[in-house]
Design a protein around this ligand. Structure first.
Ligand SMILES: [Zn+2]
Length: 98
């Protein structure tokens, strides 16, 4: 149950950062750790791939220092989903954190 909630929060974080600039898995993992989420690559990478497959992110592979990295940005659909999530988060915060 908690894991499901957190996965939702994590997706919102990813969309948020991918709407501000490009993100890659390693950076996103550090960022999420900073926010207190211990997420394994085995959870994060499939989540990124899923968001890409569903059209919320677009990925681009680049070779950085001899290693292939996939960078992601939010698509129009991703940005719209983020806007919707924002409204819902505001609502939820007002109710739950009252
Ligand atoms: Zn963040």
């Amino acid at each position: 149950m908690l894991r499901e909630f957190f996965l939702g929060f994590i997706k919102v974080h990813i969309l948020y950062h991918a709407s501000k600039g490009r993100v890659c898995g390693v950076e996103m993992m550090e960022e999420l750790r900073r926010h207190g989420y211990e997420i394994s690559p085995g959870t994060l990478y499939p989540t990124l791939h899923l968001l890409e497959r569903e059209g919320y992110l677009e990925g681009e592979t680049q070779v950085v220092a001899g290693r292939r990295r996939r960078y992601y940005r939010a698509t129009g659909k991703g940005r719209r989903a983020l806007e919707e999530a924002r409204a819902k988060i505001r609502e939820l915060v007002e109710e739950v954190l009252e």
